[in-house]
Design a protein around this ligand. Structure first.
Ligand code: 7TS
Length: 408
C-alpha cells in the first residue's frame, strides 16, 4: 500500500484551498496531473543555477544544461525500457508526437488507397492528424468499434487489419472509459499484416508499467504533464530503423549536420527531429518526475488506482440517476466517466466545483466516442497516486447536493 499522507505532502497544491475554507479535491488527473515538489524544484534550480541553451556553448553553464537535459532523456528511456536514449524524441506533448509521425513517416509512406486503422474511442490527437494525412494522400481510415461496456470489439479485426493496412494506431488506455486495451496482442496483429503500429500512451505511461520492447510497438507517444511532469514536454519513442529512415519534421537549428545556402544534411536521431531551442527546464523536470514515479513504483501506483477506481465506481453507482461508462475497475485505469439524469455535465462540474472538487465535463476531446454513446458530454472524475477514498466520498456527497439543487 502507498503511504498516501506522505505522498500528498509532496504535492504543494493538494494542501491548498479551492475557495476560502474549502480544501481542494483534485479529480482531474487525466486532463493534467499536479506536480510534486522535487519536479518544481528541479525546474527552478535550472533557472536559478545553470540556465543556458543546450548543444551550443562550450561554457560551463551550457555544458551543465546539456548534460542534465540529455540525462533526463536517458531516464525516460529507462522508464519505458527503450533500447537507447537516441530513440526518445522530445516533443511538446503526445499530440505533437502523432503529428510528427503523420507528417514525417506518413507523408513518406502512405499512398492512395492505403488503409489506416484506428479505433472509435481515440482522443482527437490520435485521429485528426491521420484524417489530415488521409485527405492529402487519398488514404482510407478504418475503425475498430467499441462495445457497450467500453471495450474494443475485436471480432472483425481479421478483416479490419489486412494487406492494405499501412498504419495501425490506437490508445493503450481510453481517456473516457479508462479501458486498458490489449496492446501487445494488437501490435502483434498489426505486424502480422505488415502494418506499422503506433500506441497512444498518454494515459498509460503515467499509470502503468510500460515496456516498449515487450510491447514491440513501432512508435509510442505520451505527455509529461499527465505524469507529474511539466507542460510543454512530451515524448515520441520510435524504432531506430524507422526514425533513421524518416525525413525531418521541422527545419532549423540543432537538427542539421551541415547547412549550405541551397540545401542541408541532417543530424542523427534524436536531434534530427528537434529543431530550435527545446523545452530545457521541462525536459529536466520530466526526468525528475520519472525519478519520483519510479521511487514510488509503477506497480504500487496501479494497485492503488485500481483500489480507488473500484471504490469510486461502487460509490458513484449508488447515487440515484448516475450512469457510468466503461468497463469494471479491473479492466481500466483511474477514470470514472458518468452522467447524472436530469443534469447537464457542465452543471455537475460547476456545482461540485463550489465544494472545491475539480472534475472535467465535456467531450474530453473524444467527440466520436460521445456521438456513438448518444450523449454530447459526460462528467469525468480521474484519479492518481494521491487520490483518497475521502475525496471520493466528498464527490459523492457533492453529487447528492447537485441532485437537491435540481430538485431530483
Ligand atoms: N491521447 C490521450 C488518450 C489523451 O487522454 C490525451 C489528453 C492526449 C492524447 C493528448 O495529450 P496532449 O498532452 O497532447 O494534449 N487527454 C486529455 C483529457 O482527457 N482531458 O484533457 C486532456
Amino acid at each position: 500500500m502507498l503511504d498516501i499522507v506522505k505522498i500528498r505532502a509532496d504535492f504543494p497544491i493538494l494542501n491548498t484551498e479551492a475557495y476560502p475554507g474549502v480544501p481542494l479535491v483534485y479529480l482531474d488527473n487525466a486532463a493534467s496531473s499536479q506536480k510534486p515538489l522535487p519536479v518544481i524544484q528541479a525546474m527552478s534550480e535550472y533557472y536559478q543555477n545553470y540556465h543556458a541553451n543546450v548543444h551550443r556553448g562550450i561554457h560551463r553553464l551550457s555544458e551543465e544544461a546539456t548534460n542534465r537535459y540529455e540525462v533526463a532523456r536517458e531516464k525516460v528511456a529507462r522508464f519505458i525500457n527503450a533500447p537507447d536514449a537516441s530513440q526518445i524524441i522530445w516533443v511538446r506533448n503526445a499530440t505533437e508526437g502523432f503529428n510528427l509521425v503523420a507528417y514525417s513517416w506518413g507523408r513518406a509512406n502512405i499512398q492512395t488507397g492505403d488503409e489506416i486503422l484506428l479505433t472509435e474511442m481515440e482522443h482527437h490527437a490520435n485521429l485528426v492528424p491521420w484524417q489530415m494525412l488521409a485527405e492529402e494522400k487519398g488514404a482510407v481510415l478504418r475503425f475498430i468499434p467499441f462495445m457497450e461496456d467500453g471495450t474494443l470489439d475485436l471480432s472483425d479485426l481479421d478483416s479490419l487489419l489486412n494487406e492494405k493496412t499501412r498504419l495501425f494506431s490506437f490508445t493503450a488506455m481510453s481517456n473516457v472509459f479508462g479501458t486498458i486495451t490489449p496492446v501487445k496482442e494488437l501490435v502483434k496483429a498489426g505486424h502480422a499484416v505488415g502494418a506499422v503500429v503506433m500506441v497512444d500512451a498518454a494515459q498509460s505511461v503515467p499509470h502503468l508499467l510500460v515496456d516498449v520492447q515487450d510491447l514491440n510497438c513501432d512508435f509510442l507517444a505520451f505527455s509529461g504533464h499527465k505524469m507529474c511532469g511539466p507542460t510543454g514536454i512530451g515524448v515520441l519513442y520510435g524504432k531506430r530503423e524507422l526514425l533513421e529512415a524518416m525525413p525531418p519534421f521541422m527545419g532549423g537549428g540543432d537538427m542539421i549536420r551541415r547547412v549550405h545556402l541551397t540545401h542541408s544534411t541532417w543530424n542523427e536521431i534524436p536531434w534530427k527531429f528537434e529543431a530550435g531551442t527545446p523545452s530545457i527546464a521541462e525536459a529536466i523536470g520530466l526526468g525528475t518526475a520519472v525519478d519520483y514515479l519510479t521511487s514510488i513504483g509503477m506497480e504500487n501506483i496501479h494497485a492503488h488506482e485500481q483500489f480507488i477506481t473500484n471504490y469510486a465506481l461502487e460509490a458513484l453507482s449508488e447515487v440515484p440517476g448516475v450512469s457510468l461508462y466503461g468497463p469494471p475497475a479491473a479492466q481500466k485505469g483511474g477514470v470514472a466517466a458518468f452522467t447524472l439524469k436530469g443534469v447537464h455535465p457542465h452543471d455537475i462540474a460547476e456545482l461540485v466545483d463550489k465544494d472545491g472538487i475539480a472534475i472535467r465535463a465535456g467531450h474530453h476531446c473524444a467527440m466520436p466516442l460521445h456521438k456513438k454513446l448518444g450523449v454530447s458530454a459526460t462528467a469525468r472524475a480521474s484519479f492518481y497516486l494521491h487520490t483518497t477514498t475521502e475525496e471520493i466520498d466528498k464527490l459523492v456527497e457533492s453529487l447528492h447536493r447537485v441532485r437537491s439543487v435540481f430538485r431530483l
